[in-house]
Design a protein around this ligand. Structure first.
Ligand SMILES: C[S@@+](CC[C@H](N)C(=O)[O-])C[C@H]1O[C@@H](n2cnc3c(N)ncnc32)[C@H](O)[C@@H]1O
Length: 212
């Protein structure tokens, strides 16, 4: 399901189909730093909810040994990813594919992947959808693969700043089913896969999921 949410930092378009999201520009370098330390150098990378495509271009360029597959479900985002790819994409960046990662069973068509990246989706969807996304990620990871889940999370059921409390409340005001997920809830959904959390700027986290 595609929700029309009012979000801070909504992406804007230029003269072609390329969109730009301030949040993607801001978190690109910190995410890249974590990927440089933990991501595999080679193999197949699947990016879920790739959005504008700015991450896809930057990260595929930084990892020339990864065959980078961006995906999203929104036609405008898919067009933006393709426009970025044609303008600036390296050879290892594939044309975007349509993927609703909340549809159970998607791993059979989009997996396996040695690396999976998901940035800023889980808080925008309902628990049941997030559970399907996480189950699909666990099923799509190749043996020895790693997934990286970036975003804001609850810790012991609590937000960690006034800004996060306000954003979580604004999401729930738009749709009571959505909002920040708790780290423990996410970990439970991924069990028995190992997880590790890395603190990121602005109270965000990356949950690194390492396949057994
Ligand atoms: C806040 S944006 C994040 C985009 C990008 N990852 C970034 O950090 O800039 C959320 C994205 O999730 C996509 N999306 C929403 N529901 C989805 C789903 N069920 N499966 C895959 N993508 C989804 C939206 O189309 C949008 O591009």
């Amino acid at each position: 399901m595609t929700r029309r949410l009012t979000l801070p930092d909504a992406p804007s378009s230029g003269t072609d189909r390329r969109m730009s999201a301030p949040s993607a520009r801001r978190n690109m370098a910190p995410i890249l730093e974590v990927l440089h330390t933990h991501a595999p150098a080679e193999g197949r990378a699947l990016e879920i909810a790739a959005g504008t495509g700015e991450h896809a271009v930057a990260f595929s360029r930084a990892f020339p040994g990864l065959d980078w597959q961006p995906t999203d479900l929104d036609p405008d985002r898919l067009a933006s990813i393709e426009a970025w790819r044609q303008a600036e994409g390296p050879a290892n960046l594939r044309p975007p594919q349509n993927l609703n990662a909340a549809t159970p069973g998607w791993h059979t068509t989009h997996g396996p992947a040695d690396m999976i990246l998901l940035v800023n989706l889980l808080h925008l969807i309902a628990d049941a959808e997030a559970e399907a996304v996480l189950t699909g990620i666990a099923q799509a990871l190749a043996p020895g693969g790693k997934a990286f889940l970036y975003g804001p999370f609850l810790r012991n059921g609590e937000t960690t700043s006034e800004g996060d409390a306000a954003f979580h409340a604004s999401l729930q005001a738009q749709d009571t089913a959505i909002g920040y997920k708790d780290i423990a809830w996410v970990r439970d959904r991924l069990s028995p896969l190992r997880t590790e959390t890395v603190e990121m700027p602005s109270n965000n986290l990356i949950i690194i999921v390492g396949a057994n």
